[in-house]
Design a protein around this ligand. Structure first.
Ligand code: PEP
Ligand code: MN
Length: 346
């Protein structure tokens, strides 16, 4: 439930409410708004305590939170969360572009791609070092070597990097090399992994599970937030439906729904959502129009030779073309594409 404090109440009033919440064995979560403070209350049997909290000085009203997820809900946290990654703001007024190969294959492949996508306006470099793979016979990534290449490319280009972490044991290792920890669709409900990334203070991007509802996805987000990591980004990457013309079905409606029910930034990944390079630009533009805070797009120097996901990877040329189409669509929604953040290392 939420304790809404009166506009202009004193810090002592807020402190007294927080003390009472703690004494009752509950947890508090404070949001300091421009006009008023709201205090989220977490715990069991909350409605039993509603009347006693209502009596405290400075309390305007108590509102029960209807959603099963609390920390992820906009009811609890009305203002947008903005995740800062080396000077790039995700969830602010500008649209952030994450681009790069599905998998890190070599130093040259990664550096060439990073330089090119950066020159065309991408803000963050993606690249998988630990690859989840449906078939055990497909490329499963370069592992630690891939992480080293990501870190080196970050030094050389100044681009922050995002990569997937697949197991709780690897969280510390991956966090030492990259700027954003990605939880892949297949691991959305790996609760031990969610706890582990929640214990770090690194930004995390949580992809929607292959067949997960929006509520299940936000409950997975709740695991990370409940561990105290508030630097959380969501990513819609398509869901499994009966349709076979595309790899997945991109749930565009998830974007405005997330914006309505949650304060977390939402990124769209049209590459995994469609599985086909020629569908990436149209769906990416649709995601911007629907209000996405950013995009994640797979780009490869030579998709025909890619070790993974070549069919959905854009060439340098098609990425550049897409970026020029994205500018007027962003403008039509009253926003613009983010210009790159500060350099990681000068
Ligand atoms: C990826 O982004 O590298 C990936 C494997 O995506 P997903 O988890 O959405 O399938
Ligand atoms: Mn991929």
């Amino acid at each position: 439930m939420i304790v809404v404090m009166k506009a202009g109440c004193s810090q002592d009033d807020i402190g007294a409410v927080v003390n009472r919440i703690k004494k009752l064995g509950l947890k508090e979560h404070i949001s300091q708004g421009v006009e008023r403070t709201i205090i989220g209350v977490l715990g069991q049997n909350l409605l039993d305590f509603q009347d006693t909290l209502q009596l405290l000085p400075g309390v305007e009203e108590i509102i029960p939170v209807s959603k099963p997820y609390k920390l992820a809900s906009r009811e609890f946290h009305p203002r947008n969360t903005v995740v800062m990654v080396n000077g790039v703001a995700i969830g602010g007024d500008e649209i952030v572009i994450m681009a790069g190969p599905c998998a890190v294959e070599s130093e040259k492949q990664l550096l060439d791609t990073a330089r090119q996508v950066k020159a065309d306006g991408a803000n963050i470099l993606r690249g998988g070092a630990f690859k989840p793979s449906t078939s055990p016979y497909h490329f499963r990534g370069l592992g630690k070597k891939g992480l080293e290449m990501l870190a080196k490319t970050r030094e050389e280009t100044g681009m922050p990097v995002i990569t997937e972490v697949m197991t709780p044991n690897d969280v510390e290792l991956v966090a030492n090399y990259v700027d954003i920890l990605q939880i892949g669709a297949r691991n959305m409900q790996n609760f031990i992994l969610l706890d582990e990334v929640g214990k770090t203070r690194k930004p995390v991007m949580l992809k929607r599970g292959l067949s997960s509802t929006i509520q299940e996805w936000l409950l997975a987000a709740e695991y990370i937030l409940a561990q105290g990591n508030e630097q959380l980004i969501l990513c819609e990457r398509g869901i499994r439906t009966f349709e076979t013309s595309t790899r997945n079905t991109m749930d565009i409606s998830a974007i405005p729904i997330i914006k309505k029910v949650s304060h977390l930034p939402i990124i769209a990944d049209p590459s995994h959502a469609t599985g086909k390079w020629y569908l990436v630009a149209p769906l990416a533009l649709a995601a911007i129009a629907a209000g996405a805070d950013g995009l994640m797009i797979e780009v490869h120097p030579n998709p025909a030779l890619a070790l993974k996901d070549g069919a959905q990877s854009l060439t340098f040329e098609s990425f550049r073309q897409f970026m020029s189409q994205a500018i007027p669509i962003a403008q039509a929604t009253g926003r613009k594409l983010a210009t790159s953040g500060t350099k990681v290392k000068s």
